[in-house]
Structures are given as C-alpha cells and as structure tokens.
Write a protein of this length. Structure first.
Length: 156
C-alpha cells in the first residue's frame, strides 16, 4: 500500500481561505479544491461539479490547531475526498510527550462526530502526534525529530 499527499492551505487571521490538495491513494488519483469565506464555501473534488458548503474550520490534514473550546462544533473538509464532516471538540488537556528524546507539554484535542481524532500540538502549534482511523484501520503519526535550519553562511 502506498499513499502520497501534496496539499496547500491558505489561512488568513485563523480562517481557512483556500485548499488545493492532490493525493494518490494506492494508485487512485484524488484532488480536492475549496474556497471558504465568512458566508460558506465552494468545494470541488475529483473533477465533479462544484458544490456549496458551510464555512470550513479546518481540513483532515489536521495541520492546524482546532479553533474553539470544549463542546465547540467544527466543519472539517476531508483533505482527499472533499466531503464535509461535523465534529465536536470533546476535550482539551495538556500532556507531556517525547519528541526526539525531549519532553514537551502538548495540547491534546479529542474530536468526535462524523470522524474521531486525537491530536497533540506543541507550544509552537506544530502537530506532534495524531491518532485517527482510515478505511477502518487505526493510524498513528508522530513527529520524531525537529531540526533547526542552518544559518546562511556569511560571505566576505
């Protein structure tokens, strides 16, 4: 099994503005494009006719910290399929996780509803751990290493 994903999300003032995603899921080509504003969204997936949708809170790439408090309802755009899912933030706790051998306090968000996801973000709002279910199978992603960019070398 092989999965490849390339995505681009544009955010403005913590609002999702546009999504341009392409994926290959075990040989199947997928594409999702969306634009969202304060009134709603326009979503196109797999070359089908565009549909009107709700204001989008985030995507199932889960790269951004969910906006909202416990009990808040969010509209998530499936990054591959272009389907809109409704989820609720069930809990937000702080937990210590190991990232590259170092302990870090991370915010743990539990989402439930159409989808179930456990997401952990560090103090820099980086997604450091994700637990979801894909095609009926549990999936866990973990950040294992953080490297600093090398400073540009000074030229005489």
């Amino acid at each position: 099994y092989q999965y490849e994903f390339r995505g681009r999300e544009v955010w403005e003032e913590n609002r999702l503005i546009s999504v341009e995603n392409q994926a290959v899921d075990d040989g199947v080509q997928l594409a999702t494009h969306a634009r969202s504003d304060l009134r709603g969204s326009v979503i196109e997936a797999q070359g089908k006719k565009s549909i009107a949708g709700p204001v989008l809170s985030m995507t199932t790439s889960y790269w951004r910290v969910p906006e909202g408090q416990k009990g808040c309802t969010l509209k998530l755009l499936d990054a591959d399929q272009g389907i809109v899912h409704t989820v609720r933030i069930d809990d937000i706790t702080v937990e210590r996780l190991s990232i590259g051998g170092n302990q870090a306090g991370c915010s743990h968000y539990r989402l439930s509803g159409d989808l179930v996801a456990n997401l952990w973000f560090d103090a820099q709002h980086r997604l450091v751990q994700q637990q979801t279910t894909e095609d009926g199978r549990p999936v866990e992603l973990r950040l294992t290493r953080i490297t600093a960019k090398a400073a540009p070398s000074a030229r005489p």
